[in-house]
Design a protein around this ligand. Structure first.
Ligand code: UGA
Length: 442
């Protein structure tokens, strides 16, 4: 099938690559010249396991093309994905200007029937706005004879496992009430829908809300666990034991109940805010969502509070080793990362940071440039040198079993603030460390 994808961000690029891999002919359109040229050379702007080779191979095979030519894009695909960004407005609502601009472009240049697929995470009602926009432009052109449908088909990929998530989706949500569209969508996704039927068809608004409900539910689980961890610390209980104890109940399950330094990334914080905004706009007080968000904001400060308390608020002139800058492992993404809240608080308090991350060093450089309070170190070992304490913010695999004697020898004081519960508190004490974790006192 001929497929066009507008937007070569996380969602668009991964989607394009996996659709091309199964044999569809995909044209990816982006307004960024530079990005398109790089993609043609096989240079991927993000770190995502497996993506680079998929892009290179399919581009070489001619099944995956990159262009800035929107007109050619509209001409190419019977299905037209909209996968452009929806950055939050100042007030937290999702800004649809890029989505609507693509809708207008499609309306402007389509000469035959098209299926327009909203893949970006957009508020309930957005598909209707896309429909109205396309219709308006077609009317202006006097081309009401051209038919089209707008489908909501949200994406559920996770950064760090985006390729695998897209190739083996848990479910494929299709929001439309048009039977012909359902047939085309089934054909498009057939290669990913083999063992069991993963396609769930519903109305457009329910599909749009499903995306937000999924992310908000997961964020709720995390904030709930962070709240329990705070309680456990104060009550003298061990959140790790509690986690195992509740996870064993299949109604609760083990996924997404790890306490930590708060959720970050480009999705949870933004989507929570957007749904709260949607609720406010219809005069519905989304009490639970607001609590989830506020718990998360506080949680991002807990590491700093522990550090400040440990050093009696005397952080000026101190140096801290920070392991982990990305918002989670296997990505270089630092959007809304807890590491940023922590480092910025440390700097404000006059402390220096020596940071290491396996993938996010370039991103940190881009964000903070030549900041005299930040030294970006080439290895996790060099970050430790002459630091007053070690702070762990992201649970990268190679932080899990470090050489503790080496760490002790490098630090001026053997203290670790662990925001991800990587080690066993009892063992750390036995090794001679002062060890702070999340929700564990024993
Ligand atoms: C999230 C969802 O998991 C995807 O299903 C969704 O498609 C995506 O948003 C999106 O809307 O595009 P992602 O942001 O890549 O994916 O990352 P997650 O793996 O969900 O992690 C989010 C945050 O939660 C991270 O900061 C992570 O450290 C934190 N987290 C996760 C916890 O603190 N505890 C947990 O138990 C799990």
């Amino acid at each position: 099938m001929n497929v066009t994808i507008f937007g070569t961000g996380y969602v668009g690029l991964v989607q394009g690559a996996i659709l091309a891999e199964v044999g569809h002919h995909v044209v990816c359109v982006d307004v960024d010249d530079n990005k398109v040229e790089q993609l043609k050379l096989g240079i991927i702007p993000i770190y995502e396991p497996g993506l680079e080779s998929l892009v290179k191979e399919n581009h070489a095979a001619g099944r995956l093309e990159f262009t800035t030519d929107a007109v050619a894009g509209v001409k190419h695909g019977h299905v037209q994905f909209i996968a452009v960004g929806t950055p939050p407005d100042e007030d937290g609502s999702a800004d649809l200007k890029y989505v609507l601009a693509v809708a207008a472009t499609i309306g402007e240049h389509m000469e035959r029937d098209r299926i327009i697929i909203n893949k970006s995470t957009v508020p309930v009602g957005s598909a209707d706005r896309v429909r109205t926009e396309v219709k308006k432009v077609l009317e202006k052109r006097g081309r009401n004879d051209i038919g089209f449908d707008v489908v909501s088909n949200p994406e559920f990929l996770k950064e760090g496992s985006a390729v695998v998530d897209c190739q083996r989706p848990d479910r494929i949500i299709i929001g439309t009430e048009c039977d012909a569209t359902i047939d085309v969508m089934r054909e498009l996704y057939a290669p990913f829908n083999r063992n069991r039927d993963k396609i769930i068809v519903m109305d457009v608004k329910s599909a749009e809300l499903t995306k937000y409900a999924a992310n908000c539910m997961l964020a709720t689980k995390i904030s709930f666990m962070n709240e329990m961890a705070n309680l456990a610390e104060r009550l003298g209980a061990d959140i790790e034991a509690v986690r195992q104890g509740i996870g064993a109940d299949p109604r609760i399950g083990y996924h997404f109940i790890y306490p930590g330094v708060g959720y970050g990334g480009s999705c949870f914080p933004k989507d929570l805010q957007a749904l709260i905004h949607t609720s406010d706009a219809i005069n519905f007080d989304a009490k639970l969502l607001k609590a989830v968000e506020s718990r998360n904001k506080e949680q991002k400060n807990t590491l700093f509070q522990k550090i400040s308390q440990h050093f009696d608020a005397q952080l000026k002139g101190k140096t801290f080793a920070v392991w982990g800058l990305s918002f989670k492992p296997n990505t270089d993404d630092m959007r809304d990362a807890p590491s940023r809240v922590l480092m910025e608080a440390l700097w404000t308090a006059g402390a220096k940071v020596q940071a290491y991350d396996p993938e996010a060093m370039e991103e940190a450089q881009r964000l903070y440039g030549s900041n005299e309070l930040l030294t970006l170190c080439g290895t996790k070992e060099t970050a430790l040198k002459n630091s007053d304490a070690l702070i762990i913010v992201t649970e990268w695999q190679n932080f899990r079993a470090p050489d503790f004697e080496f760490i002790k020898a490098q630090l001026t004081e053997p203290t670790i603030f662990d925001g991800r519960n990587l080690y066993e508190p009892r063992r750390m004490v036995a090794k001679g460390f002062t060890y702070y974790s999340v929700g564990r006192t024993k």
